[in-house]
Structures are given as structure tokens and as C-alpha cells.
Design a binder for this molecule. Structure first.
Ligand SMILES: Cc1cc2nc3c(=O)[nH]c(=O)nc-3n(C[C@H](O)[C@H](O)[C@H](O)COP(=O)(O)O)c2cc1C
Length: 149
């Protein structure tokens, strides 16, 4: 389900905006920067401080996440069903994936939110419609970021 191109973007830009559904049907979008890829059909992030998101997925597991490469102006949208797993419920594979990427946070995680992927979409910015190349966008957007202080 996740292509190599998608895996690369998510690994390099591991902050995803996580959308869930509140009790009243309104959307909730929340930033999570501790994503790992468990396999081609599963991603997860660590629970540091996400009571609203965890409450929502417990009742309505449908979830979407959007990852953005702000330099190349590309994105990956992941749709799926989410579930919360406490640390005591984690497999060695799950623990290993987080230990490898987020070792500094291991004693801060209260558990993980695992998302079983049902659909993915690779999204290009309309900037590409203007005929701009990725290298040009990277250069311009990096310069912009470096100009911020
Ligand atoms: C850039 C950024 C990254 C974050 N990453 C995480 C994360 O990986 N895990 C987590 O539990 N909270 C993370 N947070 C904190 C939550 O997003 C924050 O506590 C939020 O208010 C939780 O809202 P929720 O309970 O509706 O999910 C992050 C916040 C920011 C700004």
C-alpha cells in the first residue's frame, strides 16, 4: 500500500497531521511527529500527550494523516483505521521500530497509536503545474526557511 516514494517522504518528514472525528461529528486535526513505518500497510506514532485523539479513535477509528515535504512540495495522505496500544501490549517489532527512531522518547511514551492503512495518495503541489522542477522548488523553499528566524 505504501510505495517506496511514500515511505521515503514519511521517513524523512515524520511529522503528520492526524485527523480524527469528535463526538459531535466535527473534525480534529492534531500534529504528531513521532511516526514510524511498521510495514507497507501500517504506520504508528507514540502517545506523548494525545488524549483527544485517543478518545476519538476509541469510538470512531477512521483516521487520516497528511505528511508534507515542505521543500519538495509533495505530500502523502494516508487513510486507515487506528487503535491504541499500551506499552504492555506492544510486540518486539513495534518496540524495536520506536527504539530505533525515537530512542530519546522511549520512557515518555505511554503507548502507541497504530494505523492500519486502507488507502494512500501521493499528492503534488500545483507548483508543478507551473512547470517548476523539484530541484527549483527545493532551492526556493530552503532559502525561504533559512530566511526565517
Ligand atoms: C510538532 C508537534 C509534534 C507533536 N508530536 C506528538 C506526538 O508524536 N505524540 C503526541 O502524543 N503528541 C504530540 N504532540 C503534542 C500533541 O499534538 C498535543 O498535545 C495536542 O494538543 C494533543 O491533542 P489531541 O489530544 O487532540 O490529539 C506534538 C505537538 C507538536 C506541536
Amino acid at each position: 500500500m505504501l510505495t517506496q516514494e511514500m515511505r521515503k517522504l514519511i521517513s524523512e518528514h515524520s511529522a503528520g497531521m492526524v485527523a480524527t472525528i469528535n463526538d459531535d461529528g466535527s473534525p480534529s486535526v492534531s500534529p504528531k511527529a513521532t511516526f514510524v513505518i511498521l510495514d507497507d500497510k501500517t504506520i504508528a506514532f507514540g502517545n506523548l500527550r494525545s488524549p483527544g485523539t485517543i478518545g476519538n479513535i476509541g469510538k470512531r477509528p477512521n483516521t487520516e494523516v497528511c505528511f508534507i515535504d515542505v521543500l519538495a512540495r509533495k505530500a502523502v495522505r494516508v487513510s486507515g483505521t487506528a487503535k491504541y496500544l499500551r506499552n504492555s501490549q506492544l510486540s518486539e517489532t513495534q518496540q524495536g521500530a520506536f527504539a530505533e527512531k525515537w530512542s530519546d522518547y522511549m520512557d515518555k511514551f505511554a503507548g502507541i497509536i497504530e494505523i492500519s492503512i486502507t488507502a494512500t495518495e501521493f499528492i503534488l503541489s500545483p507548483a508543478y503545474d507551473l512547470g517548476l522542477e523539484e530541484s527549483e522548488l527545493r532551492e526556493a523553499n530552503l532559502a525561504h526557511l533559512q530566511s526565517l528566524s
